[in-house]
Design a protein around this ligand. Sequence first.
Ligand code: 5GP
Ligand code: ZN
Length: 111
Amino acid sequence: MENCIFCKIIKGDIPSKKVYEDEEMMIIHDVAPKAKLHYLCLPKTHFALLKEMDDTKAAIVARCLQKVSKLEKDLGLEDGYRVIINQGENGGQTVHHLHIHLLGGEPLGDF
Ligand code: 5GP
Ligand code: ZN
């Protein structure tokens, strides 16, 4: 997608602090961290909303979560973390490329 910030990051056209990459996902540091550790897991396929998932996209999102769980220690999230996927206007989604927020590195308290 031409004007998508995250597609540009995935292509390498916008720099990012990358901590993991494979053929279907990338994990980067959020540019404006809202916790001591704040990562974004980006599926490389562009789509905005969970409701757009077909079986292929759903499998990619599932593998993103599985990979995150395997990387907990490497990411410094072994003491626990919060997973957030903002959806649409009321959800506060500002980048319309589905992404998984990973927040941790400190106790986050409740909502
Ligand atoms: P949303 O509000 O859509 O759920 O989350 C978008 C996130 O992307 C925000 O936490 C914001 O800080 C982050 N973000 C926006 N632009 C960039 C960027 O250019 N690089 C990185 N690493 N994060 C970004
Ligand atoms: Zn995109």
